[in-house]
Design a protein around this ligand. Structure first.
Ligand code: ADP
Ligand code: 5GP
Length: 206
């Protein structure tokens, strides 16, 4: 695909249950030119999840081997499982001229930022309240009470780091949050630093 801007990585993080999956699905439906970076994880697939689409599901020895071979740009332990973004998954998206969407946690965002290797735009999705977050986790019916408690505890420390992101989107009204996220992507594509090179044919003497 040809692109009229230099592709970037959109890093999206949110406390579990906040609505990130729902919002990202909406983003992909509404905005062209995006590709998702498929992470590796040692977590077991949930019902309906597909290998190579939702994640690359691997064993802990396989994950460790990839880690030792420096195949991950970042990796983290989240809720007792290992997750990592491979160089291959990001490289392919950028080579294809797509903006790469990374659905990763706060540790991953901090780690990838520290590498200084990528043009990043980071967005933190915020719940409207902790009560609403709990209610969404319960409605999803994928986790036990103990897991929900753990996710709510983690949410507090994640929310404390939201100021490290370029943008915060509060997911209260779903369609407003969807529009907000799409607007961020479109505005970032229009940054002079990302579009100027592709427009130089207009003024070839510059
Ligand atoms: P995450 O990927 O962040 O863990 P999900 O996208 O799975 O969260 O959403 C968790 C639950 O909250 C789902 O049942 C989803 O339909 C619901 N949800 C998402 N966004 C909203 C919203 N703005 N208002 C009400 N419910 C929402
Ligand atoms: P889940 O198990 O619910 O799919 O994801 C749990 C958490 O792990 C989410 O916050 C998700 O963003 C994060 N995550 C998924 N893939 C990666 C990854 O490659 N790296 C990091 N650091 N976090 C990830």
């Amino acid at each position: 695909m040809s692109s009229d801007h230099t592709p970037f990585l959109l890093v999206v993080s949110a406390p579990s249950g906040c609505g990130k999956t729902t919002l990202l699905k909406g983003l992909f439906e509404g905005v062209d030119g995006l590709g998702v970076s498929v992470s590796h994880t040692t977590r077991k697939p949930r019902s309906g999840e597909k290998e190579g689409v939702d994640y690359h599901f691997v064993s802990q020895p396989c994950f460790t081997q990839m880690q030792n071979a420096k195949q991950f740009v970042e990796f983290a332990c989240v809720h007792d499982n290992s997750y990592g973004t491979s160089r291959g998954s990001i490289g392919k998206l950028l080579d294809d001229g797509l903006d790469g969407v990374l659905d990763i946690d706060v540790q991953g965002m901090e780690e990838i930022k520290l590498t200084g290797m990528f043009d990043l735009v980071s967005v933190f999705i915020m719940p409207p309240s902790m009560e609403e977050l709990e209610s969404r986790l319960r409605k999803r019916q994928t986790d036990s009470d103990a897991v929900i408690r753990r996710r709510l505890e983690n949410a507090v420390s994640e929310i404390r780091k939201a100021h490290l992101y370029d943008y915060i989107v509060v997911n209260d009204n779903l369609s407003a949050a969807r529009e907000n996220l799409a607007a961020i992507v479109l505005a970032e594509r229009s940054r002079a630093s990302r579009t100027f090179l592709s427009l130089q044919h207009l003024v070839p003497f510059v």
